[in-house]
Design a binder for this molecule. Sequence first.
Ligand code: AP5
Length: 215
Amino acid sequence: MTSAQAKRLILVGPPGAGKGTQAKRLLDQLRVPHISTGDMLREARAKGTELGKKAGELMDRGELVPDEVVIAMVVERISEPDAKTGFMLDGFPRTRPQAEALDTALEKAGLALDAVVLIKADDAVIERRITGRRADAKTGRIYHVEFDPPPPGVEVTHRSDDTAEAVRKRLDKYHRETAPIIPYYRSRGLLREVDGLAAPDEVSARLLEVLGAKA
Ligand code: AP5
């Protein structure tokens, strides 16, 4: 890891932009934990916790989980030992109150964000990407039935919020609630932008470049 490399990062972008795909590809180079609020909520749901049950209903409808729930989850997670030297947040913050709460928590710890990377993708490609997404049931590795098909014999899962109807709602939420946090980070000189429509290898290379890390 070079000293110029950003360590406290946020990956932001519409559903299906490739945040999860890229976070998993970059783990080796960046060597910071990938903290996905979507994955944490799906885990709580799979365990059948009260929080998981409530969150699951909202997720299936493409609604956001209340700010106070996700803020508490993330503040606790980034204080764990493996996140002391950095983290890659995926799917958080998603609203202005979440962005402000993250700043407050980092300030209290004497820390600051290094970069916010926007992975850009047009609404037109999102529905196809999302409805074709599958994940390896054991490893979580993300596939796509057309663009990156799972090898024969691999057991895959299909997210219950990856329906055309829920995707439209998720996109609407993204434009209304998440996109407005982009100028908030741009005005502080933290924003880096990457074209998420390029091939996955190209997106990874560009991400490493904007983060000051070597490919
Ligand atoms: P979350 O799990 O965060 O979902 P999301 O933000 O909608 O993002 P996705 O995971 O759908 O997309 P991605 O960008 O990671 O795309 P991926 O890499 O998989 O959140 C789910 C729900 O949880 C929310 O709706 C909400 O209810 C709740 N929630 C979570 N966080 C919250 C928060 N902070 N506040 C409130 N509520 C919260 O790629 C998609 C597909 O495209 C894959 O099949 C992949 O193979 C393919 N693909 C990727 N890159 C490429 C490429 N370059 N070329 C071709 N295909 C590609």
